[in-house]
Structure formats: C-alpha cells, structure tokens
Design a protein around this ligand. Structure first.
Ligand SMILES: [Zn+2]
Length: 272
C-alpha cells in the first residue's frame, strides 16, 4: 500500500506527504496508535514514501525500493522488536545492535530503523537511543512505534516528530482545545505576550502548528455559522479576515517558513 491509501488518516497523511515532498525528512518520529492499528505497515509505507523516486512522498509499490521494503529485504532498513518472556521489552542490547548497524554505510541513500513497541524500551535502552537521537548519523530515519508515548523519556519525545494514527478524534479534540484557548485570548484582545505563551505551550513543532491552524479554522467557521455564541462578539469582516490570515499562515508553513514565526505573525495580525 502507499501512504496516500491510509484513508482513515487522510488529513494526517496529507500533512506528512506535503512535508516529505518539501524535503523535510526528520531523523526521528514517534508514530502512535492503538493496538488495533497496524503501525508496522504504516511505518513501512512511511519509509517507502521517503525512498521512492517514482512517487516521492507517497510510494509507488512497484519500484525496486518499494518492493524491497514491502518484502523485508531492504538492506538499509533495520527492525528492532520487543523480546523476552512474560512482559516483552525492547532491551539495551537491541538498541546497541541497532546503533552498530546504523554506523554502516547504507547501500542506498540512507539507513532506516523501525523500533516496534518502542514504548516498552527499558530505561537503559532509552538512554542509549537518546545518544543516537542527539547526534544522528546523517540521513538516518528512525521510527518509534508506540501505543503510549508517556512511557518514553521526555528527552526522547522532544527529539521526535509526533504523529498519532487513526485516533484522529483525539488529535482533533486536543488541537481544538489549544485553538480554543487561543481564540478566547484573541477575542478578549489579550496582549501579544499572553498569546505567545499559549502558543509556546501548545505548539512544539511544525505538525503542532498545522494542527492548531486546523483547529482555528474549524472554530472560526463555527463563529461564522453562528454555531458558537462568541461569534456575536466579532464583526463578520473580522472573522473573514482571520480565516484569510490562517490560510496565509498555512501557506507560509508549507513554504517552510519557521513555524514559530508564522504563528506569531498570525496572532499579531489577527489581534491587530
Ligand atoms: Zn516506489
């Protein structure tokens, strides 16, 4: 399957594809989803999207690179899995072995790793992995598959881009909550300092930035449709203007403008 076929995660996948096509490949991602979601399949499709030259950012399923990844015979792709009797975990040894592998020169353009059940990594394993995340080998991409990222060290989380699969409702609710706080502050004419504080709490990376823009857009639409009583506090022109500015910020993000700058600029303009 190619990335664009993950229809149940259409919005998220759209963002990922745009980001990969823009050449933004990060060195580490946490991909989270419930047990029922085949995160390993998603991870393979993600790697295909990164490597495929026929359909970059998506994956064609038929070129040599896509087929190798699908058939588990890509020399540059390493898997790490939880082991042990009883409660399985990803052990320190396994991460050590991975690090040795990632030091090798890739036969293609980059080395890749998929750490399944990354949230079962022992503390030692996590601390070891941290070294790789802090000083990644050039080009390396590591995917950490997890069901609950809260089991991961903050230092690991802060070095990875986070995607949540299929629990899209959760993501939406979460981003709506942040966007809602921001909207309240905007309507109340709060100072830039307060707006900045809300942003820095809820937006830690580009993906968060896209999420909060999605959230703001939904909220402003509700204001227009008078689904939200706060709409009475604003003139319609003000709402239209804000919607236009949100679109502008989204375009900036797609053009790789720094996300902090794009969002601060947005709230300054809406507020001003
Ligand atoms: Zn391909």
């Amino acid at each position: 399957m190619s990335l664009s076929n993950w229809k149940s995660n259409e919005k998220l996948v759209g963002r990922i594809m745009a980001s990969l096509r823009g050449g933004n490949v990060s060195h580490a991602y946490i991909i989270e989803g419930d047990t029922c979601i085949d995160k390993e399949a998603f991870a393979r499709d993600f790697m295909k999207a990164i490597c495929c030259s026929e359909m970059p950012g998506d994956g064609c399923d038929s070129c040599v690179s896509c087929r190798k990844i699908d058939h588990d015979n890509c020399e540059d792709l390493y898997y790490v899995r939880a082991e042990g009797t009883g409660t399985k975990s990803v052990k320190d040894d396994a991460i050590f072995e991975l690090q040795e592998n990632l030091k090798k020169k890739p036969s293609g353009s980059r080395n890749m790793a998929i750490i399944c059940n990354a949230d079962t990594m022992t503390k030692r394993a996590q601390n070891r992995l941290l070294k790789t995340l802090e000083e990644p080998y050039p080009g390396t991409v590591i995917l950490l598959l997890s069901e609950n990222r809260e089991n991961l060290l903050d230092t690991i989380k802060s070095r990875c881009i986070f995607y949540r699969l299929n629990g899209e409702d959760d993501t939406d609710k979460e981003s709506l909550k942040d966007a809602d706080k921001l909207l309240d502050a905007l309507i109340e004419g709060e100072k830039f300092f307060t707006l900045k504080q809300i942003l820095s709490k809820s937006v830690k990376n580009r993906e968060d930035a896209f999420r909060i823009l999605d959230g703001l857009q939904i909220l402003y639409r509700n204001l227009l449709l008078e689904k939200d009583p706060r709409g009475r506090l604003l003139k319609r022109e003000e709402i239209f203007r804000a919607v236009g500015l949100i679109e502008e910020a989204r375009r900036d993000l797609l053009m790789n403008v720094n996300y902090n700058y794009a969002l601060k600029n947005l709230v300054l303009k809406i507020g001003g």
